[in-house]
Design a protein around this ligand. Structure first.
Ligand code: NI
Length: 173
């Protein structure tokens, strides 16, 4: 069953800190592959393990927007932002766990990220543009943080209520 159900906010598992991955076993590799399929199927440009109910530090992303371009899937275990630029950029963000809702979020424009790849090798790379926003958004998920946590309490409550309503409607189907 490669497509995994995505948790919808509010859910306590989306507010928890995920645990560091120690052994890259077959189960974790299979989870990463499932998460990529789930993300492409949604469709989305990033997905974090807590969103499929697994509290481990694993994210997947592919921010290639143009469908004529080849996909660039990235699998990151234990991703860490090691450097952030002072200059910021604003993107309208969404989240597969908060469907159909979007808001502008300000983040560092560029980040250097270190991670363990699908083959178990350490990688380090600079990200900018949409990739930078996306990787920061996904790493936030590993710390129990959602993009709505950057918004005003009022806006956050409003979006939470809408998400709760959508979740109830989907549960009824
Ligand atoms: Ni998200």
């Amino acid at each position: 069953m490669p497509i995994r159900p995505i948790l919808i906010h509010p859910d306590p598992r989306l507010k928890k800190e995920a645990e560091k991955v120690h052994d890259l076993d077959d189960e974790l590799i299979a989870l990463a592959d499932d998460m990529l399929e789930t993300m492409y199927d949604a469709p989305g440009i990033g997905l974090a393990a807590p969103q499929v109910g697994v509290l481990q530090r694993l994210i997947v992303l592919d921010c290639v927007k143009d469908e004529s371009e080849p996909p660039q899937p990235l699998v990151m275990f234990n991703p860490e932002v090691v450097l952030s630029s002072d200059d910021t950029s604003v993107y309208e963000e969404g989240c597969l766990s908060i469907p159909e809702q979007y808001a502008e979020v300000t983040r560092p424009a560029e980040v250097k990220v270190r991670w363990i790849d699908r083959a178990g090798n350490e990688q380090e790379r600079d990200f900018e543009g949409l990739w930078s926003t996306c990787v920061q958004h996904e790493i936030d998920h590993l710390n129990g943080k959602l993009f709505i946590d950057y918004l005003s309490p009022m806006k956050r409550q409003m979006m939470t209520r809408k998400s709760q309503k959508l979740k109830r409607e989907r549960a009824r189907v």
